[in-house]
Design a protein around this ligand. Sequence first.
Ligand code: PEP
Ligand code: MG
Length: 544
Amino acid sequence: MKVFTGKGVYGAVAIGKISIFKRKEVAVKRNHVEDAKSEIMRLAKAKASAVKQLEEIYEKALKEVGEENARIFETHMMMIEDEDYNESIRNIIETQKVNAEYAVAVTADHFAEMFSSMEDSYMRERAADVKDISNRIIRNLDLEENGNAAGNEKVIICADDLAPSETVLLDKNMVLAFVTAYGSSNSHTAILARNMNIPAVIGAGDAFLDALEDGDDAIVDGFTGEIFVNPDEETSERLLKKQKEDEEKKKLLEELKGKENVTLDGKKINIYANIGSVDNIGAARLNDAGGIGLFRSEFLYLESNDYPTEEQQFDAYKKALESMAGKKVIIRTLDIGADKKADYFGLEHEENPAMGYRAIRICLTRPEIFKTQLRALYRASAYGNLGIMFPMITSVSELEKILDFCEEVKSGLRVDGIEYSENVELGVMIETPAAALISDRLAPMVDFFSVGTNDLTQYTLACDRQNAKLEGFCDTHHEAILRLIRMSAENAHKHGAWIGICGELAADTDLTETFLRMGIDELSVSPAFVLKVRDVVRNLDLRA
Ligand code: PEP
Ligand code: MG
């Protein structure tokens, strides 16, 4: 047995086989094949797996997000069997003597283009679906070709490091846990693990990957940050027991579903959930979140190979709003840059990307991107209770420009006769010391503040959140940070705005009482922490 220790970022125990993460070529290669027949057989196998996966996803979605939202996966299953689609793929393989991956990718492009040019909006939306099913088939072909030690079993993914764009593309249904040799606990990769309820350990060290083989048995203890490779019997039994106890504890918390977030002396607070994609809404609902306090919209961009269109964004936002059935959904506008990069943005290398060209700075200087997103958001606002918030604000003038863009987009919609809600709440993230220090100026301009403690901590303490070596210097309870939050809360309330916290600190139950005493109105946490924070709130008494 070998033991490694890193930092646990989501407390749970996972037991399974190791799969070493292989970086895949994004582009599908065109390869010549001699035997077209065996290529068509490969294709048939990959398609059969795709249908099976979709059946499972459909069942899961049915339980978690209801029939209407699950129906899309039925459509996907039908599309996979579509005669024209299949004939096109077969034709390309046979006539051009090329690999199945290439034939699927070319067919996908061709069909997507055809759907996009149709008059009917329902048919236009199918462009994204045909890409989606084709990518699934290509992934299955790739899996079969390059193998995966554990076949179709769920695995423990081990990697040197994972970029947010790589994490978001992992098939969550196939991941038991993930462990990285490098990385820090406030990185977006760690945050995604929490959002996805996946036990995760980061920073397991240089030697970690060299000591592993694909298919090794392993146990990941997300509480202690330990990874046991080829564990002995005593360790296996101990951790299996720990896993069961943890599951029982989580079950106990389920009794709090449907109960209020109210202290013993009657103070109420909203507890919302943070999500990275519409897929996480199931978890938010399952954990009885009162709303969505942070939808990190940039993951829509990271999942795509090109700028998501207004239509694609509208679909995602509308789905989120409808799934939350009238509960508040706060969508944060694009926060790309720093560690969250998509090639097609063409962002240049920077020496200090966290303090660089990112988030609102990109949106304000590339208004075509910003306006497309705002238009999709306002269109979606007709389908629920939307809040929009803006990241990385440092000045009043930025906010003035943003509000002008909002007005421009709304007036465009009015001219086009497109419905939107007049009750969209607008907010700014307080995640730079500058924003906290001028919160008295910002508060009268918005409906709410949401404190992004992850960035607020990095900028206040001058601690790069990506740098694992700084964990010891990065005191998230530092008085400077608490003072900035308190100051923002006082200024928000003075001007009739409400204030929430959506950074990871919101789930730190050692601070729940402090936050309530400051008058924080909302805490937005990873879905799996909603009930844990509710439990703490319900046992607090602020009279003392
Ligand atoms: C934050 O900075 O606290 C925050 C919520 O935003 P992100 O983690 O996505 O930067
Ligand atoms: Mg931030």
